[in-house]
Ligand binder design. Sequence first.
Ligand code: VG1
Ligand code: CO
Length: 580
Amino acid sequence: FMVTRKETTPFEGQKPGTSGLRKKVTVFKQPNYLHNFVQSTFNALAADQVKGATIVVSGDGRYFSKDAIQIIIKIAAANGVRRIWVGQNGLLSTPAVSAVIRERVGADESQATGAFILTASHNPGGPHEDFGIKYNMENGGPAPEAVTEKIFANTKIIKEYLIAEDIPDVNLSVIGVSSFDGPEGPFDVEVFDSTSDYVKLMKTIFDFVSIQKLLSCPKFTFCYDALHGVAGIYAKRIFVEELGANENSLINCTPKEDFGGGHPDPNLTYAKELVARMGLGKSSPQGEPPEFGAAADGDADRNMILGKRFFVTPSDSVAIIAANAVQAIPYFNSGLKGVARSMPTSAALDVVAKKLHLKFFEVPTGWKFFGNLMDAGLCSICGEESFGTGSDHIREKDGIWAVLAWLSILAFRNKDKLDGEKLVTVEDIVLQHWATHGRHYYTRYDYENVDAGAAKELMAHLVNQQSSLPDVNKIIKEIGPDVPNVIQADEFEYKDPVDGSISKHQGIRYLFEDGSRLVFRLSGTGSEGATIRVYIEQYEEDSMKTRRDSQAALAPLVDVALKLSKMQEFTGRSAPTVIT
Ligand code: VG1
Ligand code: CO
């Protein structure tokens, strides 16, 4: 093939957010838009990460992925990349990409040094919805801020990109290698099985035999909803083929380019079908709900865990996994190195860390901050309130892993009960956890697609208000006389303990004297307008008071949050778009 230099001009706004560049498909389809971003990424990487390198390109299968993969192949070839690895049909979940970078060894001993992941995660897909791209590094984790800033800087000055236009489109549906001869030597595209590397890794972490025993117990019923995302192909392989679950227990497990028109976000609002089956919907389900249910987002890095008529908050989920991991999961048998959570995630994990004397870290939102801790051997398990849970087996959050972790805990707790009268349920495990550790009542209010200017003003108003704690407390006393005092109000700033880098403006916090917290942040993953997130949390140590309805328990604090921020005044919204 030949290498052509194409002239181009910069596009505005190619700034990677919390997790890559996410825009409407119509934006990505503009001539040169994707090309500019990909070339800017190559220009930001060290030469040996490009020339002669092996790079993975795949994603959650959303609309425009197949076109994007062909474009990236041609630009990679022209930039001197030696090999591109693509999951069959262009499909790899985000955690599977991380696993492939870290674990897969090619026929000639080659290993990948990075990946383009094509996904907008939990955002809807289709011709009028979102597309996304992000770059992951050699450790299998998202590019750190230093790299994404360099990519962004490059997008602002780009003048040309390189492309091998005469490479024909590669058939992504057939496993095999296509080889091409370029000016600097050979170039290969290898299409490989999307699930096998990941499945192999999961088998080294969990005791599949004990999970299989649980799943084959007639008293234990199971349901998994992939919301038409890429998780479906892993669910079929792992839950059905490896662990013997019934095929009927999988719903929406065939990946679709538009996620069936839905929002592939595993929460109580968007995972409607699962929520109904689990007996948590408005109408009663047909028949008895399953004992265990779970869902994933588009790229399968998120998870929602449900019991029969019971919701497990993600903040509780990571705490419970951490509390049980050493006993229930072989990978952790020799102990945990430490645990970490993102700042807005509830402090349930903190309590576990304290009791177990574990190293503990609080990082800004977004998985990239966990990676450094894991690379330095400081953290084994981590999680976010946004339905993200994971461990140092890879450098991304991992939706299927979280389900296997819960199934392992259930299998462990029910080891001697499979032939008995009654199984220990998800609800039992959570209630026991609250009884021993106390409960963190928790909710998040999202105001999606609000006017970007109004959102900025609201945040500025809060920062301004924070300068005087007595004033804040005066306002709070007027709104809710029973709400305790704020003892600290600030903008969260993080100094990475490993590389010393500092991340500022990571969310506005109000810390109350009883341990309650209010947090405000702007989303960094949206593609339109701004999304304001309000995180509300209250700790209840008294085991007699841990079984209240969370919205009822949190109502006074929610009121304070909305009035303190003048939410309705700034945004015109009287209610959030989504409550989780
Ligand atoms: C959201 C979540 C954050 C998560 C990020 C990526 O970011 O709040 O916790 O890491 O999405 O998840 P933001 O900036 O919109 O709040 V995913 O599943 O999109 O890779
Ligand atoms: Co995701």
